[in-house]
Design a protein around this ligand. Structure first.
Ligand SMILES: N[C@@H](CCC(=O)N[C@@H](CS)C(=O)NCC(=O)O)C(=O)O
Length: 261
C-alpha cells in the first residue's frame, strides 16, 4: 500500500489518523502542512475538502477521521476499529460522532484563542514536524495565519468562554462511556482514537490539564496517546476556568454524575 498522510502539526484529528494507521500496521509517509496554507495545498492535490487529516492510499483520496477509519477497516480488517456487534457498534459510533462533532471544535477554539494571545507555544507544537521552512521563520510570519485560524475556529472571547463552560459536562460524558465499556477497552476502537487526541491536545494547556489528567478521561488519553507535542503555559482568564474547576455545566449547575443531552 502506497500511503501518504497529510496533517497539521498539533491537529487532534490528524493525530487520530496517525494512531489508526499505526494500530493497523500500515506504513505511511507524512506531509506536515501549515494551518490555513493546508487548505490551498489540499485543494491543489484534488482532495474534495480542505481539512486534515487527508490520506492518499494507492492514488485514492480519503479525508476525515471517520472516512479514514472505515477505509482502514475495509483494507485491513484486523484489529477492527468498529465493533461487529450491532449494539456495540452503535454505542461506539455515537461516542465517535460526539468526539468528531462536539469535542473537537471547542478545543480548537480554546487553543487558537490562547495562541492568538501568545504565538510562542506554536514552536512546541511543531516538534518533530517538517514544515519546509525553519520554525523561527514560521513563527515570525505566523501572525496572519494565527489570526485566520482564530477566525475560522470561532476563537472569540464569547465562544471560548462557552467552550470552557461546556468542558466539564463533556469530560463527564467521556468518563461515563469509559465506565460503560464503550471507551477504554483493551483494544482501542475508533471512538478511543477519535476522543483521546482531543483530550491530549486540551492537556497541552496548563490551564486545562489539572481538570482532566486525574480522571478516567485523562488516564485514557495518556494511555492512547502517551506523547503529544505542544505546551501552552497558563493564559486563560481565571474567571473563564471557574466552571471547569468547579465541575459546573454551561448553565452553572452541578453536572457531576449526570448524563448531558
Ligand atoms: N471533524 C474533522 C475535522 C477536520 C478539521 O477541521 N481539521 C482541521 C485541523 S484540526 C483543519 O484542517 N483545519 C484547517 C486549518 O487549520 O487551516 C475530522 O475529524 O476529520
Amino acid at each position: 500500500m502506497d500511503t501518504r498522510l497529510y496533517v497539521i502539526p498539533g491537529s487532534h484529528p490528524s493525530m487520530a489518523a496517525r494512531l489508526m494507521l499505526e494500530a493497523k500496521g500500515v506504513p505511511y509517509k507524512r506531509t506536515d502542512l501549515m494551518p490555513v496554507v493546508s487548505k490551498a495545498v489540499l485543494r491543489g492535490l484534488r482532495f474534495p475538502r480542505n481539512t486534515v487529516p487527508a490520506i492518499k492510499i494507492d492514488g485514492r483520496r480519503i479525508q476525515g477521521t471517520g472516512e479514514i477509519a472505515r477505509e482502514l477497516d475495509r483494507l485491513r480488517p484486523e484489529p477492527a476499529l468498529l465493533p461487529a456487534d450491532p449494539a456495540q457498534r452503535a454505542a461506539v459510533e455515537e461516542a465517535e460522532r460526539f468526539g468528531d462533532e462536539e469535542l473537537q471544535p471547542p478545543i480548537r477554539a480554546i487553543l487558537w484563542w490562547a495562541l492568538r494571545k501568545d504565538k510562542e507555544p506554536l514552536r512546541s507544537f511543531s516538534e518533530g514536524a517538517k514544515l519546509g521552512i525553519p520554525i523561527g521563520l514560521a513563527l515570525k510570519t505566523a501572525a496572519p495565519l494565527v489570526a485566520a485560524s482564530a477566525h475560522f475556529n470561532e476563537a472569540t472571547d464569547e465562544n471560548t468562554q462557552r467552550s470552557l463552560a461546556a468542558m466539564s459536562a463533556m469530560l463527564q460524558r467521556i468518563d461515563d462511556w469509559i465506565a460503560a465499556g464503550v471507551l477504554g477497552g483493551e483494544q482501542p476502537n475508533v471512538a478511543d482514537f477519535q476522543i483521546a487526541p482531543s483530550l491530549r491536545l486540551a492537556m497541552t494547556l496548563d490551564d486545562l490539564r489539572p481538570a482532566i489528567e486525574s480522571r478516567p478521561a485523562g488516564e485514557l488519553a495518556m494511555r492512547i496517546v502517551p506523547d503529544y507535542p505542544g505546551w501552552v503555559p497558563a493564559i486563560l482568564p481565571p474567571a473563564w476556568l471557574q466552571p471547569l474547576r468547579s465541575g459546573c455545566s454551561q448553565a452553572g449547575g452541578r453536572i457531576a454524575g449526570t448524563q448531558p443531552g
